[in-house]
Design a protein around this ligand. Structure first.
Ligand code: XMP
Length: 323
């Protein structure tokens, strides 16, 4: 629509005025918000924007490759950092959900600071360093930045940066809602896999393994998750479902029987939800035949999993993620 085009043109002008001849850096998560924000900034300043994507080793099956393919086609300067050893090493022996988040957040900042060094060099001492963020209007409101609103919670995009990161923020999506961001993304010609990707948490599969995060457990969950997503897509339900986490109960074992043999494996939980904004959510009534296909395939194809369950809790009282 013409209004979305106007927004892009307006933002491009504003960003040119803000950044001038300076350089900017953007952390791409793989999600639509950071991708659209970066695409707008690239329009404004070209290759003076550097995009950084951190592979922390907890992405889904084939996801980093997909992101790399999609993003390399769109962005001139893309820095893919493989930091999986660093992240998984730091998570060794850790089961507590908040502890996991703290460690992952800390490693993100370390990785990003190293990228910042590479991009800005010693320029940080003189000229301003610009950081592009995909902050949306609801993020601004939630963090108390909107006119006449009070602080509900501090969103990680807005209030969560450490004080000693000396950046000036560039936030071209601050007035938009998610559906508008998707319109802008389509308008800019970004690939559908990018524009329509379901939300995925920054800590990735790390908060979908109940228990310690190990490479073996990640492999098991990746296989189950890939089957669930493949079948959801095949059923044509991708866009009706807000998110579809698959959770591995790694510290729980369950008895099963396969052929003549007793098995002692792990359960997974399917957590399909519908939502408008993730603040509240309802459990999705997936068709029984789809659930059956997913269950049969997971227990046949993933040796360590012998039981598939469905989470039928709304939010509240449950959250979307299990951790
Ligand atoms: P919950 O589980 O709180 O999740 O209902 C609401 C939305 O936020 C996502 N989520 C996260 N995103 N870092 C993120 O970037 C996190 O630590 C995190 N925890 C939850 C979740 O996937 C859902 O979209």
């Amino acid at each position: 629509t013409w209004t979305m085009l106007n927004i892009v043109e307006e933002q491009v002008e504003a960003i040119r005025a803000q950044i001038g001849e300076g350089r900017a850096i953007c952390a791409l998560s793989g999600g639509v918000d950071s991708a659209v924000a970066a695409a707008i900034v690239q329009r404004a300043i070209g290759d003076r924007l550097t995009c950084v994507y951190v592979d922390h080793g907890m992405m889904r099956l084939g996801e980093t490759e997909q992101v790399r393919r999609d993003f390399e086609a769109v962005f001139d300067t893309l820095d893919v950092v493989d930091a999986s050893d660093q992240f998984l090493g730091a998570l060794e022996g850790v089961s507590d959900p908040e502890e996991k988040r703290k460690i992952i957040g800390h490693e993100f900042i370390r990785t990003f600071e190293a990228a910042e060094e590479r991009v800005f060099g010693d320029a940080a001492g003189g000229s301003t360093a610009y950081l592009v963020q995909g902050t949306l209007y609801p993020d601004v409101v939630e963090s108390g930045g909107g006119a006449g609103t009070s602080t509900i919670k501090s969103h990680h995009n807005v209030g969560g940066l450490p004080d000693d990161l000396q950046f000036e923020l560039v936030e071209p999506l601050r007035t938009l809602f998610k559906d508008e961001v998707r319109q802008v993304g389509e308008q800019l010609g970004l690939p559908p896999t990018m524009v329509w990707r379901q939300p995925f948490p920054g800590p990735g599969l790390g908060i979908r393994i109940i228990g310690e995060v190990t490479r073996d457990r990640l492999d098991i969950l990746r296989q189950a998750d890939a089957i669930a997503r493949e079948e959801l897509t095949a059923a044509g339900l991708d866009r009706d479902i807000w998110q579809f986490p698959v959770v591995l109960l790694a510290d729980v074992r369950s008895v099963g029987v396969q052929g003549d043999g007793r098995t002692y494996g792990h359960p997974v939980v399917l957590r399909p939800v519908t939502s408008e904004d993730a603040m509240t959510a309802d459990w999705a009534r997936l068709p029984y035949d789809l659930l059956e296909r997913i269950s049969t395939r997971i227990t046949n194809e993933v040796r360590e999993i012998n039981r598939v369950t469905v989470d039928i809790t709304s939010k509240p009282p449950g959250t979307i993620e299990w951790e």
